[in-house]
Design a binder for this molecule. Sequence first.
Ligand SMILES: Nc1ncnc2c1ncn2[C@@H]1O[C@H](COP(=O)(O)OP(=O)(O)OP(=O)(O)O)[C@@H](O)[C@H]1O
Ligand SMILES: [Mg+2]
Length: 333
Amino acid sequence: MNNLEQNYTQPLGLDVGTSRVVVARAQDQNQVYESQLNAFVTLPYSKLAESLLQREDVFHEVQGAEIVVAGNDAEKFAEVFHVDTRRPMANGVLNPGEAHSLAVVRRIVTRLVGRAAVEGQKVFFSVPAQGDNVDGAIRYHEASMRQILAELGYAATPIEEGLAVVYGELAASNFSGVGVSCGSGLCNVCLAVLSVPVISFSVAKAGDFIDANAALVTGDRANRLRIAKENTFQFNGFTGDRQHNALTVYYQEVIAGLIGSLRAHIASAQRLPRLEQAVPLVLSGGTAMPKGFLDHFLKILEAEEFPLRLSEVRVAGDPLHSTARGALMAALC
Ligand SMILES: Nc1ncnc2c1ncn2[C@@H]1O[C@H](COP(=O)(O)OP(=O)(O)OP(=O)(O)O)[C@@H](O)[C@H]1O
Ligand SMILES: [Mg+2]
């Protein structure tokens, strides 16, 4: 733990994301972020390997016959050994198929937030909203995160990810509008009026869906497609590049699915408050980052009438930090 963390007694915002965990701290009028990949690799234990990792200051832990390398260091090791990193979370919650899931998330969260500087220090942490496949799992995930943070001395409060985006991005509209986080495991959505959530839901197709499906049709590893997507992908139609075309197809499916769910949820809401004014919709999360994402989103959105009057649709200025920032804003309120 560094000096900043030890001296920091104010509330924290924590984004527990499927691919990255991000902590936000308030500093003067700004926010300071730190993040770790929510990933790990395991190596067979040997005394020599352990002492080398210690010497190189690699973030690791010995677990029985294995050494678990977690966080940002996991990616470097995966490259060296030509293996895919393993993921402690899937679809926005602890990964039920991964025995190390809870231990790795605990290590990563502990590394990022440290012990509370004062007993009962406030932290707001993101959780997914209900949606296809994740409903029951959210309660276990949320209880596990709360327990990890309580053991570190924090008073922890969950906040749905879409609502965190509203807190982080929609202060100018009095926290009224639609916050969307297009992440790796899920897209999370919240329509809030004056900071009160009215509709919240998650959709199971997001960045991981794009990588996995594009990889299936090109015959590559999903990680390779992810790297291509993050480094070079943009919405510019079909080209001569197979990977690009596969990414385009599944990206379009994610956007169409998200807009379809938005329409369905808003149109079927029983108690939608009467809104005097049109409200903004903000898109955040890593999956909203490629060039042309907003144009494509608008094209699909405008193709049919939308059941809510929107004043603007925009991508957040810092999409990878919106959730942590919003969780911090909520914790500071
Ligand atoms: N520049 C980029 N272009 C396209 N995709 C990107 C870019 N940067 C990150 N991503 C993708 O965004 C996703 C990660 O986004 P984010 O960090 O918002 O997700 P998360 O919060 O970890 O996941 P979730 O909210 O679903 O639990 C991954 O699928 C990643 O490949
Ligand atoms: Mg997220």
